[in-house]
Design a binder for this molecule. Structure first.
Ligand code: UDP
Ligand code: MG
Length: 140
């Protein structure tokens, strides 16, 4: 299995509750390396663009409101099978359905405020990493 990179976001519910370190510990304990990290506040336009794939979904406007409601931490995680591995560590989209010991089960507040984002494929990971980071921002 090749070393991959994936885009992770610690969402506004996580930064609001000061969970950045606790969540990062989960990634590092699982062998994923944080090779780039930046705290920022998304503009409405950026949130809409990032989640454009969901533009037709009923939850899209609320999701864009939520993602701009506070700072986020965007990060690049690197490791073996990082895309799938990160999604395992995060757990199911809805914290109510997530396995014990996952980030979303342990920290998520709701299906919307579920603490973390992770890319869903290597192809999307490349697009999402480039959304936030230049190659020169990433140091492995
Ligand atoms: N979301 C929501 N309501 C839903 C489904 C998703 O508010 O019914 C939000 C949630 O924050 C989720 C994001 O939209 O993380 C993107 O949805 P997706 O289906 O891509 O889930 P993910 O890939 O984040 O698990
Ligand atoms: Mg998704």
């Amino acid at each position: 299995m090749a070393v991959e990179r994936t885009l992770s976001i610690l969402k506004p519910d996580a930064t609001r509750r000061n969970l950045t370190g606790a969540i990062n510990q989960r990634f590092e304990d699982a062998g994923l390396r944080i090779v780039a990290q930046r705290r920022l506040r998304l503009t409405r336009e950026q949130a809409q663009q990032f989640y454009a794939v969901h533009a037709e979904r009923a939850f899209y406007d609320d999701l864009c409101d939520y993602m701009t409601s506070g700072p986020i931490v965007a990060q690049v995680l690197e490791g073996e099978n990082a895309v799938v591995r990160n999604r395992e560590i995060m757990g199911a989209t809805n914290p109510a359905n997530a396995d014990k010991g996952t980030i979303r089960k342990d920290f998520g507040e709701s299906v919307e405020a579920n603490s973390a984002h992770g890319s869903d494929s290597p192809e999307n990971a490349a697009i999402e990493v480039a959304f936030f980071f230049a190659q020169t921002d990433i140091a492995d």
